[in-house]
Design a protein. Structure first.
Length: 452
């Protein structure tokens, strides 16, 4: 059977119903069978709890402006499943999406015939990953930026063997049922993407977490580049933009302007800058001792360089939907979906210059520590009115559970659209309306706005 675009999407969305988690060696075996598409490109592999997508977006934007044909693979999508695959900022077309799906399924049949059994079927995420890598390879991407789905060690993207640099963003408490119940255990899983001799750039905020990452890198003979608040020099928040400077070994000072009111993006931009420096150098180790790593980019792209100008232009041009995104004047959607994410969201809200009231719509999925998030929001005292509503996703908290965690301090609505409408209709001049708690919430609201 050959799939149309609509049939391909329906099949992919149905995959979780009939597949189970695969052994990493089976996932790797099928990737081998496909010919390891994409591995001849310069690969950037990004893991972490918060900020992965933003870091990937910043890096890919700079690489594009440095002249590289750049593929970007991220998750989850907010509105359209094709958001997960981008080449030079453009989503994959419907026709190419269907073509990649058909190619994977044809190869899967041949793979089963070769093995003499048909037990392996890619999971939802694996299927999308294979499709993305085939598309990037077919379109001759010179660079590919890969975001892990969850964790790192057992993630489908970890079948890649030769990244040019690995990046680990901030580590927080999320997906504990799969990754462990302490930050150190979660960090160990994320650090599973580290490869022998490949530099790793990481956010250095928690000494215990940093020790785990450095030790994992040492075991692999990989150099480390720690990035912290101290790397960010002058910082200013004005006109819904962020300005800061960074010291650079290669470019003296880099002056960064981010087109976002999200204060937390300075951390993600700083990580992106350091990763780009590593790509430009091809050699790096924290203590100054150089170790050989894979060349930063394959021929013929080796002649292209990442300059200070392309970094500054790429960071300014980057956009990442659902992260402190002002969808209408005074109406902002943020994908904060765990305690650290909510803490960062609240910091940005506190600097918004609001002269009136702040109103919040909240929802979350059932496997998050939503009670802790609600406590943080209430303690902040930033919001005059809070509404909560269950999402369409089967993973959403129910209305009853939302009522329980808010203990009468939030108004309950039947849907995010209804709650958001109530808040926006109540908004007076000077008021700000926010939505946070889940990327799925951000997606539902953005989809409603698109339909309108």
């Amino acid at each position: 059977m050959r799939f149309s675009y609509e049939e391909a999407v329906d099949y992919i969305l149905d995959v979780p119903r009939f597949t189970k988690k695969n052994a990493p060696e089976d996932t790797a075996a099928f990737y081998d069978y496909l010919g390891r598409p994409g591995e001849d490109a310069m690969l950037v592999h990004v893991a972490g709890t918060n900020g992965k997508g933003s870091v990937c977006s910043y890096i890919s934007s700079v690489l594009e402006r440095s002249g590289f044909s750049t593929g970007l693979f991220t998750s989850p999508h907010l509105v359209d499943i094709r958001e997960r695959f981008r080449l030079n900022g453009e989503m994959i077309s419907r026709e190419e999406f269907a073509s990649c799906m058909n190619r994977v399924m044809e190869e899967l049949d041949a793979f089963h015939a070769q093995r003499g059994e048909g037990r392996y079927h890619p999971t939802f995420f694996e299927l999308l990953f294979f499709m993305g890598m085939l598309w990037f390879s077919g379109r001759h991407a010179e660079a590919i930026v890969l975001e892990t789905g969850m964790g790192g060690r057992l993630d489908a993207t970890n079948v890649v063997k030769r990244p040019s640099v690995c990046v680990i963003t901030s580590i927080g408490m999320d997906h504990m049922e799969y990754l462990g119940e302490t930050k150190e255990k979660i960090a160990a899983e994320k650090a599973g993407i580290i490869k022998p001799g490949v530099p790793v750039v990481f956010w250095d905020a928690d000494p215990a977490v940093s020790r785990v990452i450095v030790e994992k890198a040492r075991e692999k003979g990989a150099g480390t580049v720690a990035v912290s608040e101290q790397d960010v020099g002058f910082f200013q928040f004005k006109n819904k933009k962020i300005d800061f400077s960074m010291r650079s070994e290669y470019y003296e000072y880099i002056k960064v302007c981010l087109h976002t009111p999200a204060v937390y993006q300075r951390e993600n931009a700083a990580l992106a800058v350091r990763a780009l420096e590593v790509l430009n150098s091809g050699l790096r180790k924290k203590d100054g001792e150089k170790i050989p790593v894979r060349p930063a980019c394959p021929e013929p792209a080796m002649e292209k360089r990442i300059t200070r100008e392309s970094i500054e232009e790429g960071l300014l041009a980057a956009r990442w939907s659902g992260r402190m995104e002002e969808v209408l004047p005074g109406v902002v959607i943020d994908g904060a979906h765990n305690e650290d994410g909510v803490r960062a969201f609240l910091e940005s809200v506190s600097r918004d210059g609001c002269t009136g009231r702040r109103l919040l719509l909240f929802s979350a999925v059932s496997d998050k520590r939503s009670g802790k998030m609600a406590e943080q929001i209430l303690r902040s005292g930033l919001f005059s009115r809070i509404a909560a509503a269950p999402m369409a996703s089967g993973r959403s908290l129910t209305r009853t559970k939302l009522e329980e965690i808010w203990e009468g301090k939030a108004e309950l609505y039947d849907s995010p659209e209804e709650g958001f409408r109530a808040l926006t209709e109540d908004r007076a001049p000077g008021d700000m309306v926010y939505a946070a708690g889940s990327l799925y919430l951000a997606g539902e609201l953005l989809a409603c706005r698109k339909d309108d």
